[in-house]
Design a binder for this molecule. Structure first.
Ligand SMILES: [Zn+2]
Length: 721
């Protein structure tokens, strides 16, 4: 074998190297496919495309492991923050890998190298005088003796009256809040109303950098950044930037590297993006490279892939930090909008989500060759990517997209080509008879060449949907070409020997030769999007992955004449109706289950009351909505000795409640009775009647039941706490 010389093409305007980042996912729980579609999948497609071009590219990401959301999750799971981040870091890393996200490094912000990097960064800015010290009053829990992060304060949402809104956001209605806006704020630690106490913090005076930001974003990047990104930046700038606290009082995070700054850590928004730098450093150590050019050389193209909730951090705050620290700035921040799910906002906390892990368990790990279902998901998520506006995932849409595009167009073309090549050309790449090339053949050759250019232009412009559409369109053209050439009909022109006539065979050869070259092209073009399928196609064509190099796209001589190819393999499979139904059902049940945070209703009067149950946090208690009411009607439930069907007036509405008290009370005797009702219990059907709540009862040691009824003067609908 001769020596292989690699010629490095250096196109004009082509950056020397690329550093690509995806938003660091928060290691406080599983992440859903909306996240995947927003920040990971498009970056992965872009990176795979750059790699196929042999460009110098590093793709970094990692778990964001600091902040109050981690410590709160630890409280919820009754464990330590460390256990939480270890658990979810491992989960996220394996999920991303299963879904083909090809990070060069998936790092974590709890690592020593990150702590060091973030501290150095802070110190550099602090010593240059770029930060300001300020005294402020912050919420404090006297009993727990600690300052309270916004997340540690709950109260009633001023917008929707949800009694458990957080100090930074109401998860019920989605409104962004500050702790000051909450009605009846209370600490999640002690349950007490918080007090205010003076504390000192470092601030990044963003207001001083408005001119730089305006010029850099609104002038220099006016034409190459996405409109949704520019729009958000402009509105932030127009509203006036404020100094932003860089540090906070918390015991979980990167300690502030200043003497006497005890109990203070870097604010998670400050340390998290520095995670991109520390990840690059770790990658460089692992591969004996120099990390510096990736963050310091202006010939590096830095691109941040994020969702729209992260625009302000990556377009305004982090660039100010980078600028002050002497680093390069991002070339682009192609942020996506949100992906909704079956008519509602995707939300893990409300259970209205498809977690990456769920998809992997339900589809990928369940069957052999589950990789094809990874590509099916990647396909649909890119096809409906929320690039310019919010989009919507529906299971029916997923099914339609997979069945009518991936299976019926792309998979069908490749499969037909291989089947016919084995049937009509002895399983070998047939020759091309140039003298017989007609206009349809030439058109197909031109389509191959232009598809490459179109896909490339769209990928360079971060238009992943359009790029994918071009690939599918090329497969569609292949199908049309084959349909018009109908080699299976041409094969019926047989001679005396029962074989197709020489002229017929030449026509068949040309058709299948071109279809096979097109298949090779499709493998190259689809590779950034559906890497598992591209690999499978290489296997069928008996070529090495090297064939997938981008420079090969557009060429019509990729498969050598006479080369024998393998049998076709199934590239994709149809999504069945039953799978769609099952997933929709699952989604509804999950959401219902999560929203029903109260314990299982107990209408069984035989429960022993003397046992004391496990201690709960105030938070747990506060989830139960108790209200006073009056029983306005009561009747026996047919064929159920224990049950009474009650109508209870709650002031704001009258509820039907089925209660297991029929052995203790005559229906007529309890009409007018004051009661306390659990009003936010999930509805439950008993003997065909939907019960919407539970009446509180006390059971004496002798087994007799008594109503918990309080003062007769209390109005119906009053809250009990
Ligand atoms: Zn609300």
């Amino acid at each position: 074998m001769g020596r292989i010389t690699v010629f490095l093409q250096h196109k004009m305007n082509q950056p020397k190297r690329y550093l690509i980042t995806s938003a660091l996912p928060y290691a406080n729980g599983p992440k859903h496919i909306g996240h995947l579609a927003g920040a990971y999948l498009p970056a992965d497609v872009y990176v795979r495309y750059l790699r196929a071009q042999q460009r110098d590219v590093v793709y970094v990401c990692g778990s964001d492991e600091h902040g109050a959301a981690i410590t709160i999750q630890a409280m919820k799971e009754k464990t330590t923050p460390k256990e939480i981040v270890d658990k979810y870091h491992a989960l996220l890393q394996s999920n991303m890998q299963d879904l083909g996200i090809s990070f060069d490094i998936y790092h974590r912000t709890s690592s020593p190298i990150h702590h060091e990097t973030a501290q150095e960064f802070f110190t550099a800015l602090n010593e240059k005088g770029d930060l300001e010290l300020k005294e402020t009053e912050q919420y404090y829990d006297e009993e727990a003796k600690t300052f309270l992060a916004d997340r540690y304060i709950i109260g009633t949402c001023p917008v929707c009256s949800n009694t458990n809104a957080f100090g930074d956001q109401c998860e019920k209605c989605g409104t962004s809040l500050s702790p000051e806006q909450l009605i009846n704020p209370r600490s999640t630690l002690s349950g007490n109303p918080p007090s205010k106490k003076t504390t000192t913090h470092w601030y990044l005076p963003l207001n001083k950098h408005e001119d730089f930001l305006r010029k850099w974003i609104l002038e220099e990047h006016q034409s190459d950044w996405k409109a949704n990104v520019l729009g958000q930046c402009k509105s932030w700038l127009d509203n006036g930037l404020q100094p932003r606290a860089v540090t906070r009082d918390l015991d979980w995070g990167v300690p502030v590297p200043v003497k006497d700054a005890i109990g203070k850590v870097l604010y998670v928004w400050f340390d998290a993006p520095i995670g991109y730098i520390s990840a690059t450093k770790q990658w460089a150590i692992d591969h004996q490279k120099d990390w510096r050019p990736y963050w310091e050389d202006k010939e590096t193209k830095l691109v941040h892939f994020i969702g729209k909730d992260n625009i302000v951090f990556h377009c305004i705050i982090f660039p100010v930090m980078l600028q002050l620290h002497g680093n390069i700035l991002p070339e682009n921040v192609p942020s996506n909008e949100f992906m909704n799910l079956e008519g509602d906002k995707m939300s893990t906390s409300r259970g209205w989500s498809i977690e990456m892990d769920e998809y992997i368990q339900d589809f990928v790990k369940k069957e052999n060759g589950g990789d094809m279902l990874v590509d099916a998901l990647r396909y649909y998520l890119i096809a409906i990517a929320p690039e310019t506006k919010d989009s919507e995932f529906t299971w029916k849409g997923f099914q339609d997209s997979v069945n009518s595009e991936l299976v019926a167009i792309f998979g069908n073309f490749v499969n037909r080509t291989f089947v016919l090549m084995h049937k009509l050309c002895n399983g070998k790449v047939p020759p091309l008879h140039n003298n017989l090339l007609d206009e349809k053949d030439n058109a197909l050759l031109r389509d191959m060449a232009s598809a490459k250019a179109n896909v490339e232009a769209n990928l360079e412009g971060y238009k992943f949907r359009d790029a994918l559409f071009e690939v599918i369109d090329l497969a569609r053209k292949g199908n049309k070409y084959m349909q018009e050439k109908e080699p299976w009909i041409v094969a019926k022109n047989i001679g005396a020997d029962g074989m197709p006539t020489p002229e017929a065979q030449q026509k068949i050869d040309n058709c299948l030769h071109l279809c096979l070259q097109l298949t090779a092209n499709l493998a190259i073009l689809i590779n950034p999007f559906l890497p598992f399928s591209a690999k499978k196609m290489c296997h069928m064509m008996k070529v090495v992955d090297k064939m997938l190099d981008w420079e090969n796209a557009g060429k019509a001589n990729l498969l050598k004449v006479g080369y024998s190819l393998r049998a076709p393999e199934l590239l994709f499979r149809k999504i069945e109706d039953a799978e769609v139904t099952a997933q929709i059902e699952k989604l509804k049940n999950k959401s219902k289950h999560i929203m029903d945070t109260t314990p299982t209703p107990s209408t069984d009067a035989s429960t022993t009351a003397s046992t004391i149950k496990e201690t709960i946090q105030f938070d747990d208690f506060a989830k139960i909505d108790l209200k006073t009411g009056t029983i306005v009607s009561a009747e026996k439930v047919e064929k159920a000795d224990k049950l009474l069907k009650l109508e209870v007036d709650l002031g704001f509405e009258t509820r039907t409640i089925v209660s297991g008290i029929a052995l203790h009370f005559e229906p007529a005797a309890i009409i007018g009775q004051k009661v306390v009702v659990v009003t936010n219990l999930a509805p439950r059907k008993m003997r065909g009647i939907e019960s919407n709540g539970m009446i509180l009862m006390a059971e004496n040691p002798d087994g007799k039941l008594h109503f918990i009824n309080g003062d007769a003067l209390v109005a119906n609908g009053a809250s009990v706490s």
